[in-house]
Design a protein. Structure first.
Length: 570
């Protein structure tokens, strides 16, 4: 099996090329390219079986490359290598038909090899299967034409919404400014050309007259989310879900148009003849939820729009249905939600973790202060619950929080945090992307902190001798007092030289360095959360000489106390 790579980072290209013994596992590494344009030329020349590609690249980005590959080389299997902040683009790539994705920051040789072997198995299976030349007739049925039209329109809208989320969370592709991101929200990179054309036509009121959807006296839109289950392959159950939805809706809307949006669930246009049918719609939707649970043991959530009087309100109706279904992330899955016009959402800025909070959180993590960490976590998640951001933006926030925890843990303890894989061996970023409820996210992060507290880093700390543990507690309480190595040695009834050796051995830091670090951390908190002048803060944390305090503070934090306050105080 031939494998090639497209990535603009030379270290990634070198790393992937050397991290696996390709020939020993039945693969041939045929080359790599620094951008999408050169990758296309290399694909034409080498004809690989599997393409590994980055998302954000110069010349031609990964999404455009994937779309071009899908047109010219439909048999080529694609695996995306993504970063923490590229969640929205990974979703778009999945819609374009990629096989899987890996997070570059935590990619390991065995994980990459396993994914390559799974993909190679898919290729061999497809080669064994008889060719299927399935082609729809030129003149598709009116029902099929309506489904296609609706799917095309909604896919363009959702792609635009994803681009808007990326711009709002600061994750637009490299090289785009805010204005470009806004333009990309209309026709995002890699978006289907037909979808973009339909969206543009509808925006100009040109598509309304040609809309193939049936119109009733009363019209509503519906969105159905199928929540993934670990033991169920979504593709295998989707036809059954479609059948159950069709059967239940037939009772209230015989002419309903159901569009399959893939990973984004189902969208349904409901032309109703009378108010009585509209009243029965919610009951039919509850029956769908129960039937899917009973027959497939799957959970679905449904959102229903307000009444839509005509085609020009169609997009608004689906926005309402989407927002209603999105409430399941905050209020619970497996329920039916109707549009509530009074629900408003805050912007992303309202939940962004400020620099001051981030600094305190990192310090608490470095010192493994579990109660304080969990309290801060609850405060942040309560803020998320009040903001009611779209699910995608919330997932992006969770990925950024995980990235912060991971980076700080590696800095503090020189090891990867535990809790990265679950029982099914899914890495952390995949677990986060698959969160279905905010409560799941909070529970996951709490369990992560618990596992971190029980991990090797804490065991190292708890392996301290009892006398050193007692001294650390004393220093935490009396750091502002005049404390010397002699005083500490007398307190423990130990020789000064031996205590100095023992303290460094047990804590990996010298005695004086530890005292200074402790005092500077306390001073940083006072700088951020009080208006005390520098000399007063110096005295409070145990420094009589304010100039000496300033030198120590800058040595540890990289900034003077005044610069630190100006840079990080909100």
């Amino acid at each position: 099996m031939k494998v090639m790579l497209a990535d603009d980072e030379i270290l990634v290209r070198l790393g992937v090329k050397t991290m696996i013994d390709w020939s020993a596992h039945g693969f041939e590494y045929v080359g790599d390219a620094p951008d999408g344009r050169q990758a296309l030329q290399l694909i034409e020349e080498k004809r690989p079986d599997i393409l590994l590609t980055d998302i954000v690249m110069p010349q031609m980005n990964g999404l455009e490359l994937i779309e071009r590959v899908r047109e010219a080389f439909p048999q080529l299997r694609i695996i995306v290598l993504s970063s923490h902040d590229e969640y929205d683009y990974v979703r778009k790539a999945m819609k374009l038909g990629v096989d899987d994705y890996l997070l570059k920051a935590s990619m390991k040789p065995d994980e990459l090899l396993e994914l390559l072997q799974e993909t190679a198995h898919k290729i061999r299976q497809s080669q064994l299967a008889p060719p299927q030349a399935v082609q729809l007739p030129e003149a598709a049925s009116e029902e099929e034409r309506a489904r296609r039209w609706l799917r095309t329109l909604l896919e363009s809208d959702r792609a635009a919404a994803a681009a808007a989320v990326s711009a709002a969370t600061g994750n637009a592709p490299a090289g785009t400014d805010a204005g470009a991101a806004s333009t990309a929200a209309t026709v995002p990179p890699g978006a289907n050309a037909a979808a973009a054309a339909t969206a543009a036509a509808f925006a100009a009121d040109e598509a309304a007259a040609a809309c193939p959807l049936p119109l009733g006296a009363i019209n509503k839109a519906m969105r159905l989310i199928v929540h993934p289950a670990p033991d169920k392959a979504e593709g295998s159950v989707r036809p059954v879900v479609l059948q159950l939805v069709g059967q239940e809706l037939e009772r209230v809307a015989a002419a309903a148009v159901v569009a399959d949006l893939g990973h984004d669930g189902l969208a349904v246009w409901l032309p109703l003849d009378a108010a009585a049918q509209a009243d029965g719609l919610e009951m039919a939707c509850r029956a769908i939820v129960q039937a899917v649970k009973r027959f497939l043991n799957l959970t679905v959530s449904i959102g229903i729009s307000d009444v839509c009087s005509g085609y020009r309100q169609l997009r608004r109706a689906f926005e309402q249905a989407d927002a209603a279904a999105g409430r399941s992330f905050y209020e619970g899955i497996g329920r039916v939600y109707t549009w509530k016009g009074d629900i408003t959402r805050a912007d992303v800025e309202s939940v962004r973790i400020g620099k001051a909070d981030e600094l305190v959180f990192k310090r608490e993590l470095g010192q493994l202060q579990l109660p304080q960490l969990k309290q801060r976590l609850h405060e942040w998640f309560e803020r998320l619950d009040r903001a009611r951001l779209p699910k995608d933006a919330c997932i992006q926030w969770c990925l950024q929080l995980w990235s912060m925890i991971q980076a700080e843990w590696e800095t503090a303890f020189s090891e990867e945090p535990c809790g990265q894989h679950d029982a099914a061996e899914r890495p952390a970023y995949r677990q986060i992307i698959e969160f279905q409820q905010l409560a799941d996210a909070l529970d996951w992060f709490e369990r992560l902190l618990d596992s971190v507290a029980d991990s090797e880093g804490l065991r190292h700390r708890e392996s301290h001798r009892e006398d050193i543990r007692e001294l650390l507690r004393f220093l935490q309480e009396h750091y502002a007092e005049e404390i010397s190595l002699k005083l500490a040695a007398d307190r423990l009834k130990l020789n000064e030289s031996y205590l100095s050796y023992l303290f460094k051995k047990e804590t990996q830091i010298g005695f004086s360095e530890y005292i200074n670090q402790l005092r500077v951390d306390k001073a940083a908190e006072l700088l951020l959360h009080t208006d005390l002048p520098g000399y007063a803060i110096a005295e409070r944390v145990g420094y009589e000489n304010v100039n000496y305090f300033g030198r120590i503070f800058k040595k540890i934090k990289g900034l003077s106390p005044q610069q630190f306050r100006a840079a990080y105080r909100i």
